[in-house]
Design a protein around this ligand. Structure first.
Ligand code: GLU
Length: 376
């Protein structure tokens, strides 16, 4: 029984994959109805529920005569434009049966990478919750281009978990959870019930591809689980096609795979720096600076920087790399790339003489620094 693990949960993000609520013909309204019944039950039990739902492309592609996945980005975006309103309509109709209302929130990664817009999106979601509305988030597929794409809704759901400060992320998938090998080719494959820490060995088990309907396979789900657990939220991957699995999970039944929250979670702001804010450049540090940051919890000073790459402004995120170019941290820089190119390698007391002003001794203050962030 997992009751104890879920005992602290008040707010939950539920990610619903295309493979769960659609079939080759489009949306599966019966499944959506069953899921909304569960959402209603969870709300009755006092949980705040935020949905992250895929399915826009799946709901719209038939109108374009597409079978399987759309082959080009414009076709995908056109399918999403047709399908998103259909998807929302389906949820609204199903939730209305239980006296519930829904609010649509469409996001791009850019919306969350900018701190002001991030806080604004957060306010919108909090207001919806305060008024008892069920927020339904999706990526704003019709306008995103590569640079501002979350890529898949697994990733988006992990960001949303951080955004709304939920204690649990449930990923509803069309598979039962994480297996130690591919269950379709290996009848001996074992479902992994609990993961305490997402080690590289566990990540390697994610090599199993997903269905045709959604974007993500197990790899993207594990990445999402990693991000959510690092923020301090437990993450469950369960089969969303089995009716009422969501309720069984909350009843304490051991189903799917549950990833425990990290023991020393990152604060929401640090998590945002690590995973949402998009790094604009790269700093190569000397060994002394790297050790000072990694082992002694120090801030980064200009003297420890050997080289910089990219063009960035004060306030942007940058990757911090060792001599071999391996990223070991990310941080928010106090100096732009133009300023930094003039002060790198110099002593802090020289900053003002060189630039004519200074924003502080640190290029990256330790409060704006996050270690071990590389996962892509
Ligand atoms: N946003 C896409 C949709 O609504 C789905 C992306 C995904 O499956 O991860 O169809």
């Amino acid at each position: 029984m997992r009751t104890i693990l879920l005992a602290h949960v008040k707010r939950v993000v539920i990610k619903i994959g295309s493979g769960v609520i659609s079939n080759s013909a489009g949306l599966d309204l019966d499944r959506i109805a069953t899921l909304c019944e569960d959402v209603h039950q969870l709300r009755q039990r006092g949980y705040e529920v935020i949905l992250v739902s895929s399915g826009a492309v799946a709901a719209g592609k038939a109108d374009l005569g597409i079978v399987g996945k759309p082959k080009t980005i414009p076709l995908k975006q056109a399918a999403a434009a047709i399908g998103q309103s259909r998807l929302m309509r389906a949820y609204k109709d199903a939730l209305r049966q239980h006296g519930l209302k829904a609010g649509q929130v469409l996001l791009t990664r850019d919306d969350l990478a900018n701190r002001r817009r991030y806080l604004n999106a957060r306010n919108t979601l909090m207001t919806l919750l305060e008024y008892g509305i069920v927020p339904i988030i999706n990526e704003n597929d019709t306008v995103v281009v590569d640079e501002i794409r979350f890529g898949d809704n697994d990733n988006l759901s992990a960001m949303a978990t951080n955004l709304v400060e939920a204690q649990l992320l449930v990923i509803l998938s069309d598979v039962d959870g994480l297996y130690d090998s591919d269950p379709r080719s290996n009848p001996e494959a074992q479902l992994i019930s609990e993961v305490e820490r997402l080690t590289p060995e566990i990540e390697a088990m994610g090599g199993i591809e997903g269905s045709d309907l959604g974007t993500g396979g197990m790899v993207t789900k594990l990445k999402a689980a990693k991000r959510a657990t690092l923020y301090g939220a437990g993450t469950a991957i369960i089969n969303g096609r089995t009716p009422h699995n969501l309720l069984y999970l909350f009843d304490g039944h051991e189903l799917g795979t549950y990833f425990l929250p990290a023991r020393d979670p990152m604060a929401a702001r640090k998590h945002w720096i690590a995973f949402t804010k998009k790094p604009k450049g790269k700093l190569i540090l000397d060994e002394g600076a790297q050790k000072a940051l990694a082992e002694r919890g120090k801030s980064l000073l200009p003297s420890g920087i050997l080289k910089l790459d990219g063009s960035f402004e004060r306030g942007d995120a940058v990757r911090l790399c060792d001599l071999n170019g391996h990223e070991f941290a990310k941080g928010v820089t106090n100096y732009s790339s133009t300023e930094l190119s003039r002060i790198l390698g110099k002593k802090t007391k020289e900053i003002e003489a060189i630039l004519g002003y200074q924003y502080g001794d640190e290029v990256v203050h330790r409060d704006n620094l996050v270690m071990n962030t590389s996962d892509e």
